[in-house]
Design a protein around this ligand. Sequence first.
Ligand code: C2E
Ligand code: CA
Ligand code: CA
Ligand code: CA
Length: 282
Amino acid sequence: AQAEGGRLSRFYTPELNGQLLEQFQLEQALRHGLEHDELLLYYQPRVDIRSGEILSLEALVRWNHPDWGLIEPGRFIPLAESTGLILELGPVVLKAACKQIKAWQASGVPVVPIAVNLSAKELYQDALSAKIEEIMADASVDPQQLEIEITESATMHSVNKAVEILSSLRSLGLALAMDDFGTGHASLSYLNQLPMQTIKIDRSFLVKIDVHTEEPAQQGATIVKAIIGLGLNLGLKIIAEGVETLPQRDFLIEHGCDVAQGHLFSLPLPADKIEPLLRAGS
Ligand code: C2E
Ligand code: CA
Ligand code: CA
Ligand code: CA
């Protein structure tokens, strides 16, 4: 057994100190960035898997730091969640999406609905639907022009609460998608209870359907088939995420998934790069 001093020194290592300091600096910088308009949205098309037509877009936040450059959400969303800053970031993202819709409408761009991601912390905050309603009203954006993506695991923190909150979002007229489906172990009866219109098949399963000879490949294919079957049976729309290859696309078509998102079709792009695609329809 280790002495008390030994334990302490195990916790207060210079490395851990460095990490904490780095986290703290990152938090301060993000706070500053939120106040100084450093966050912006990229958009990834969700396409008709056969024609490539753009059906909707997913808004994916980026942080354009003056010194560090463009930072991916994987670097700061977890921190925003653990510090509560996500409650400030969420409205910034939603407002930016609304503003983009209005800007495109004003310049005659054929607009498609924009899906916005919501973290668990945001989902369970007080008066969420009133806040979203207010943002939409201020921007005069119709709920039909937006969609909310919530991860499967976020809905599972508290099932009854989630049903209640999602129902209130739904009654605002917002479409709801369950993100990263298949990774959160939601039970079937529970899935049926949630007022979702769409499920998004997590990329991790798609990755595994490419190499048809390997064991994991078989598992991936089985899971993707099962999710598509389940979704179709429940009358849900299905979006496959992270489609990168033609074999993946062909597999999805063969098994009845009509909508996809992924590098095969388009990377997430800034608004000015998305605009010509919307004008062209794909
Ligand atoms: P997500 O919602 O599951 O978003 C999909 C992620 O997969 C995006 O990463 C997207 O760029 C990436 N992706 C799309 N197609 C492909 C592909 O074919 N191959 C590969 N390898 N990746 C692909 P991104 O933009 O880095 O976002 C990461 C995560 O950060 C998102 O995962 C989401 O959980 C979170 N996030 C992004 N924007 C927001 C936001 O505005 N609010 C909140 N709360 N979370 C956000
Ligand atoms: Ca998402
Ligand atoms: Ca996802
Ligand atoms: Ca994900």
